[in-house]
Design a protein around this ligand. Structure first.
Ligand SMILES: [Zn+2]
Length: 133
């Protein structure tokens, strides 16, 4: 078995613990699926998928624990929402193709000058790992 890792809902900040294998590397948690990623529900064998699809406060599986904590991170979209909010969000694992990490293409940002990704300091496309908080 794995060990619990904490994530939070990007909509309302609800903190969820997911038990999973340690070899998987997290890429990001986003309010929408990444282009080209395949998601499984937490009670599916998501470790064979490329990410996990959550419904805030509603996804149930052996390894899922909604802690009733709410993250105060400033990239939570709407901290005033009732938490958990029942909206969907997506945990994406890092995936590799030909030994190189696959970069997600943000839907609203297909053209990026300089190749360093969006220049904004906030927004749904930034990498966001386990918070541990
Ligand atoms: Zn939520």
């Amino acid at each position: 078995m794995g060990f619990p890792v904490s994530y939070y809902c990007p909509h309302c900040g609800a903190v969820v613990e997911l038990e999973r294998d340690g070899y998987l590397a997290d890429k990001s948690v986003t309010p929408y699926p990444l282009e080209g990623w395949n998601y499984a529900d937490p009670d599916d064998s998501f470790e064979d998928a490329e990410g996990v699809h959550f419904v805030c406060g509603e996804s149930e599986a052996t390894g899922v624990n909604w802690t009733s904590d709410v993250s105060e991170a400033d990239d939570v979209e709407n901290p005033m929402l009732d938490s958990p909010c029942g909206r969907e969000f997506y945990l994406s694992f890092v995936k590799y193709e030909d030994g190189r990490e696959v970069e997600a293409v943000p839907e609203s940002d297909y053209v990026t000058i300089g190749g360093q990704g969006p220049a904004t300091t906030r927004g749904p496309s930034g990498p966001r790992g386990p918070t541990g908080r």
